[in-house]
Design a protein around this ligand. Structure first.
Ligand code: FES
Length: 653
C-alpha cells in the first residue's frame, strides 16, 4: 500500500508519510511551519490544523472523511476542557491514515507573518530569539547523579533538539523549586540569538505556561525616546509609550552632548546614568500601559544614533566628536538588560542593539533601512528620517548610500520663538489666504480650523499654546506661497505685503499668526529668527540628500519617503515649497511613520531580520557629511526657498 499523500496549505508543501504519522510529525518532516510549545503533549493547542474533505482538483486528491484518526483521549480531553473550534484538530494527536489536505491557520504558523504596516500590508515572519518550550525532565537518580540543570538540558536536547542552555543565576536560583512544583514538567523561555548559536534560559515556570511573553522595541532619539511593547509570540504591539530624553539638559543636539562629555570629567557618565534611568522608567510605564508585569519583558531591541548608542552603553562618545569619527564598535551588540542597569525588566532579559552604519550614521538609520528595504526597491528612493539629526538613505537594488545631517531641533519646534512639542494646544496645520494674507490654522486636540464656528469654544479649555514642528513648516511655506516671505527668507513689511499682520521687530519683521485676544492665549508669531532656524535645518537636510545624489550621479530621485514621528506629520507639498526634499511629484512622497521604531520591532520579532541588517549595513556606502567639501556648497545653495539653483518643476504644476 502506498504511503498517504499529505498536502499542507497555504504553503503547498506536500509529501508522502508512513500511515499513522501524526500531523505534527508530518509537518516537521516536510518543513511546514506548525507551532508547538508543549512538544506534542496535547496541552498547548498551538498545533491546530483544519483537515479538508472531498475533492481537491487543484491538488489532484480526494480526501475521505476518515483521512485522520478519530479523536483520541488526549484530544477529547482538550476539546472538553478548552474547546476546539469546529473542524479543527490537534496536529500532535491526529494521525494521517489516507491522503489528506490540511490547512494551517495563521495562529498555528510558527513563523506566522504579522502585518508590519497596515498601509502597505507588508509583513515580517515571526522568528523571535526568545520562545517558550515545555519539557518533561527526568527525576533525579541517586545512582546516576546529575544536576537538575543538566537533566533539563538533556530534556531540551531530546525533546526540542536544542543545544545546552546556560542558566543565569536568577534562573538557577528558581530552577529546583520550579521543577518540583511542576512535577518534573516545566516551561522555559529560551533565548537563542542564532538558530545554531548558544542558548540561554531567561525564565522558568512550573508545568505548562502558555505566555504571553513580551519584548520592547526602543527607538532612543536625541530628543525623545519611544518604545513599543510587543507580544513575542504574535508580534502584536500591546502598548506604546514615549518620554523626553533627559540628556537634553546637557545639550540639545548631539555635538553639544559630546562637548559636555569632553569638557566635564564625569560628563559622559552623567548622561549614561540619565538615559538608562529614562529607559528603565519607560519600561515600567509601558508595562503599566499594557497592563502587564514588567518582569514579563524578556527581551528588548535598541536603535539609536551613534552618540546615543555610546552613551547608553556607557562608552565615552568623545571619539565621535572629531574626525575620523571612530566608533567603539559598529557591530550589533548582544547584552543583558542588567548590563544596562535596566532593573524593571525580567532579571535575565536580553538586549539586542542593532548595528551602526558609520561614525555619524547610526543603528536608527539601520533600522530605517530594515523597515523600508531600499535594497529591494526597483526605483531610486530617498528616505529621510527627520529628527534633531536627520538620517538620509538613497538607494535601489543596485546600490544604497547613507549619511546623516545635523538639522538641529528646529523641526521639533525647539529654537522657534513660539515653538513647543506636538501636544494639545500646538498649531499643527496652517493655511494663509494669498489674497487677504489672513491665516487659519488647526490645533492639536481640536478638529476644527480656526475660522470655523465653534473653534474658540472647542479650544477654550486648552487654548492655543504655541506652534509645533509641522506647524512652523507649513507656516513658513504658506508665507512663501502668499508672498509674505521672499526667496531669501526675508519677511516683508506691512507696506510691502499689504497686511498689518507683518509687524516690525527690531530691524526685521514678524508675522502674527494668532494674537491670543479671543482665547486669552499667548501671541504666536513667526519671526525672522524662526525662518532662519528653519532655513538652516532644511538646508542641512537637503544638502545631505544632494550629497548622496551626487555620489550616485543623479539629479533626480523617483520617490521620497519621510520617516520619523515628525516626518509622519509633514505635508509633502509644504516640505517641497521649502526645499526640504528634492523635487518629485507630490504623490511620490510618502510618510512611513516611525520607521526606526518599526525596524526595532522587526528585529525584535525576527532573527532573520537581524542577520539581514547585519549584512546590509556592511554593504551600505557611508558618506560623511562633516568632511565632504561639497556639503557646504549644497548647504549654502539650499538656503533659498526652495533653492538658489536646483529646479523644482513639480512645484510649478
Ligand atoms: Fe501542543 Fe499539540 S503541540 S497541543
Amino acid at each position: 500500500m502506498t504511503d498517504p499523500l499529505v498536502i499542507f496549505t497555504p504553503s503547498g508543501k506536500r509529501g508522502r508519510v508512513p500511515h499513522g504519522t501524526t500531523v505534527l510529525e508530518a509537518a516537521r518532516k516536510l518543513g511546514v511551519d506548525l507551532d508547538s510549545v508543549c512538544g506534542g503533549r496535547g496541552i498547548c493547542s498551538k498545533c491546530q490544523v483544519t483537515p479538508g474533505t472531498g475533492q481537491f482538483p487543484k491538488h489532484g486528491v480526494t480526501v475521505s472523511a476518515d483521512a485522520l484518526s478519530p479523536f483520541n483521549a488526549v484530544e477529547q480531553r482538550y476539546d472538553e476542557k478548552r474547546g476546539l473550534k469546529p473542524g479543527r484538530r490537534l496536529g500532535c494527536q491526529a494521525q494521517i491514515l489516507s491522503d489528506v489536505v490540511l490547512d494551517v491557520p495563521p495562529e498555528s504558523q510558527l513563523h506566522r507573518q504579522v502585518v508590519r504596516k497596515a498601509a502597505e500590508a507588508r509583513t515580517v515572519d515571526m522568528d523571535p530569539a526568545t520562545r517558550l518550550y515545555f519539557v518533561e525532565v527526568a527525576e533525579p537518580d541517586m545512582h546516576a547523579p546529575t544536576g537538575d540543570l543538566e537533566r533539563l538540558n538533556a530534556a531540551l536536547a531530546a525533546q526540542w533538539d536544542l543545544p545546552p542552555a546556560h542558566a543565569p543565576l536568577p534562573v538557577l536560583a528558581r530552577l529546583q523549586k520550579a521543577l518540583r512544583a511542576g512535577q518534573w514538567q516545566v516551561t522555559v523561555a529560551l533565548h537563542q540569538g542564532h538558530a545554531d548559536g548558544p542558548a540561554q534560559i531567561l525564565d522558568i515556570w512550573p508545568g505548562f505556561f502558555d505566555g504571553p511573553i513580551y519584548g520592547m522595541a526602543i527607538d532612543l532619539g536625541s530628543t525623545t525616546i519611544a518604545a513599543h511593547l510587543t507580544d513575542l509570540a504574535t508580534g502584536a504591539v500591546v502598548a506604546s509609550a514615549g518620554v523626553m530624553n533627559p540628556q537634553i539638559r546637557f545639550g540639545e543636539d548631539l555635538m553639544s552632548r559630546v562637548s559636555h562629555a569632553m569638557m566635564n570629567p564625569d560628563g559622559a557618565e552623567e548622561m549614561t546614568v540619565a538615559v538608562r534611568g529614562a529607559l528603565d522608567d519607560l519600561a515600567r510605564a509601558i508595562a503599566q500601559e499594557g497592563g502587564i508585569d514588567a518582569a514579563a519583558i524578556l527581551e528588548a531591541t535598541l536603535v539609536c544614533n551613534p552618540v546615543m548608542h555610546h552613551l547608553a552603553l556607557g562608552i565615552d562618545p568623545v571619539e565621535l566628536g572629531q574626525a575620523p569619527f571612530a566608533l567603539a564598535t559598529s557591530d550589533a551588540v548582544n547584552l543583558s538588560a542588567a548590563d544596562l542597569g535596566l532593573g524593571a525588566l525580567n532579571p535575565a532579559a536580553k538586549v539586542y542593539v542593532l548595528p551602526l552604519i558609520a561614525g555619524h550614521v547610526g543603528a536608527d538609520a539601520a533600522a530605517v533601512a530594515l523597515s523600508e528595504a531600499p535594497e529591494k526597491s526597483d526605483d531610486l528612493v530617498l528616505i529621510v528620517d527627520v529628527g534633531t539629526n536627520a538620517e538620509i538613505i538613497l538607494g535601489d537594488r543596485s546600490r544604497v548610500l547613507a549619511c546623516s545631517s545635523p538639522t538641529g531641533p528646529a523641526f521639533e519646534g525647539a529654537q522657534i520663538s513660539s515653538g513647543q512639542r506636538a501636544a494639545p494646544g500646538a498649531i499643527e496645520r496652517v493655511r494663509i489666504d494669498p489674497e487677504t494674507k489672513e491665516p487659519r490654522f488647526r490645533v492639536i486636540g481640536c478638529d476644527l480650523w480656526s475660522d470655523e464656528d465653534g473653534f474658540e469654544q472647542a479650544v477654550g479649555t486648552t487654548g492655543v499654546t504655541g506652534i509645533c514642528g509641522s506647524g512652523i513648516i507649513e507656516a513658513v511655506a504658506e508665507m512663501r506661497m502668499a508672498g509674505l516671505v521672499d526667496a531669501g527668507g526675508l519677511i516683508g513689511s506691512a507696506a510691502q505685503t499689504g497686511t498689518s499682520r507683518c509687524t516690525p521687530e527690531g530691524r526685521t519683521h514678524s508675522y502674527v499668526l494668532h494674537d491670543g485676544t479671543d482665547d486669552g492665549g499667548p501671541l504666536v508669531t513667526v519671526t525672522q529668527g524662526d525662518i532662519r532656524a528653519i532655513q538652516l535645518a532644511k538646508s542641512a537636510l537637503y544638502a545631505g540628500a544632494r550629497l548622496l545624489m551626487d555620489r550616485r550621479g543623479v539629479d533626480r530621485v523617483d520617490r521620497v519617503v519621510l520617516a520619523g514621528a515628525f516626518g509622519a506629520h509633514i505635508s509633502p507639498l509644504h516640505a517641497m515649497v521649502l526645499g526640504m526634499i528634492p523635487d518629485v511629484p507630490v504623490d511620490r512622497v510618502r510618510s512611513a511613520g516611525n520607521a526606526a521604531g518599526t525596524g526595532a520591532r522587526i528585529a525584535l520579532c525576527s532573527r532573520a531580520a537581524r542577520r539581514l541588517i547585519e549584512g546590509n549595513v556592511r554593504r551600505i556606502e557611508k558618506v560623511e557629511t562633516a568632511v565632504e567639501p561639497r556639503f557646504q556648497d549644497h548647504f549654502v545653495a539650499a538656503n533659498a526657498l526652495p533653492h538658489a539653483s536646483d529646479p523644482f518643476p513639480e512645484l510649478a504644476k
